[in-house]
Write a protein that binds this ligand. Sequence first.
Ligand code: ASP
Length: 582
Amino acid sequence: MYRSHNCGELRESHINQKVTLSGWVHKTRDKGFVAWVDLRDRYGITQLVFDEDRTSSKLLEQARSLGREFVVQVNGEVIERASKNPNIPTGNIEVLVEEVIVLNESKTPPFTIEDETDGGEDIRMKYRYLDIRRNPVKNSLIFRSKVAMEVRKYLSDEGFIEVETPYLIKSTPEGARDFVVPSRMNEGQFYALPQSPQTFKQLLMVGGLDKYFQIVKCFRDEDLRADRQPEFTQIDCEMAFVEQEDILNAFEGLTKHLLKEIKGVDIESFPRMTFDEAMKRFGNDKPDIRFGMEFGELNEVAQHKDFNVFNSAELVVGIAVPGGNSYTRKEIDKLTDWVKRPQVGALGMVYCRCNDDGSYKSSVDKFYDQEDLAKWAKVTGAKPGDLICVLSGDKNKVRAQLSALRMELAERLGLRNPEEFAPLWVIDFPLLELDEETGHYHAMHHPFTSPKPGQLELLDSDPGAVRANAYDLVLNGNEIGGGSIRIHDKEIQSTMFKHLGFTPDEAKAQFGFLMDAFQYGAPPHGGIAFGLDRLVAILGGQETIRDFIAFPKNNSGRDVMIDAPAPIDSEQLKELSLKLDL
Ligand code: ASP
């Protein structure tokens, strides 16, 4: 038996008991005639004491030979600690060691196994198994497991069944590139790894399973912006005989359950906002509504003066920064530089100080008098002491730019409190999105999303205006879930493919199986998928999803621990009938 107790378990009530513990040597302290070792495992730390007088000098010698991260088993007696440590649960006791067995030695670890480690990101990822021994990573993984359990509990109580769908499949369009796997048995042919189980879950509805969920890996080969992973986990769900309202209610229920169970937060009901409203008020389809700073459109009050920059703009829009009038000129210049960075891309920023005495001072005083500026303040909701920041230009671009500024300022002002949770539904998304580069429309959600009733006709005349039965669940400025009511009619699905630029043959080749299924009594259905990694990170009050993934990849899509991806040998290439052309 390796252990009678774990390292987080012993208390005063165990005093005088003989125990066996196993774990890692966290730290040793040597006072000459007595030495202490902190023994650590997943559950905590227990202090071991080696004492020349009370045990033997041989044991003390042995204690001295134990290096950091050695794996040891000890037998001994629980005794009261002379100087207690109120900071750890086992701090009132220690174990007087009678026998030590070294189960395994360890090289000196490349970084300290402490909450605040001296190891940088790269080295920690290379030795991720050591990183996982640290509390912050360990606790994040435990936290993730708890969230996943609650998801399973809630959904199975609601009658959902968990079904696994295959990984070796054919392309599922979620807007990214596919990862592909060559088939040895079918020369020259490839599987694609699922970007999501989308088509399969729809087929499960045709199969009559009615309520499906799966906690599932999805694979998307995209350039990895800061906080994305090429393989990530979704809580994927689908229901039959539902309308949008049914789905919103079901998954509002799940989200409320998680907020309550995991964070102890009660939220009555989630607000809803149309896509158009979110874009107008926040410049963003995933608005963070924990704070104000809502957009004020200034076209009416700021155009038709002599300021050509505004006159020629499609949209002039501003936000009021609370307390921003205290910014120095230099700070405002820095803010202007911030919005002009290529990542944001604004051409410049106009500002207006709202002085405490009710007067205004703007960077465009030449063109606007006090009365004009008072209108700006009214539209943006600015109060004395605030700063109005105004951007102008192409509507879509300027909204994205001002939204970036709003989020940045909120961050600086400490308005994005990670312990506050503000979920909302964003609904009525456009069905199609224009690709500015190619001039083609593509599905904003995916090609299986149904248009709103009665809008099919618009597809020919004004495709950009068609709204979809599609919805996102947004939490604290992040899209944590998205889904739609699906098309379940073969003809409508064919029309959709046609509008997305598929020839009938291409549509048949890629999605013939789904269209076939729709001929055998497909029920009306719809669903949603949550990004589990992000959801867990937000609930855990962290910004990055990497902390909640046991073995994440870096920004170049590499696993630096196992060193993947890696070349394969020529034999293997031959077997797969592949030749490299590098
Ligand atoms: N398959 C979709 C996605 O991955 C979710 C859904 O429509 O249910 O975003």
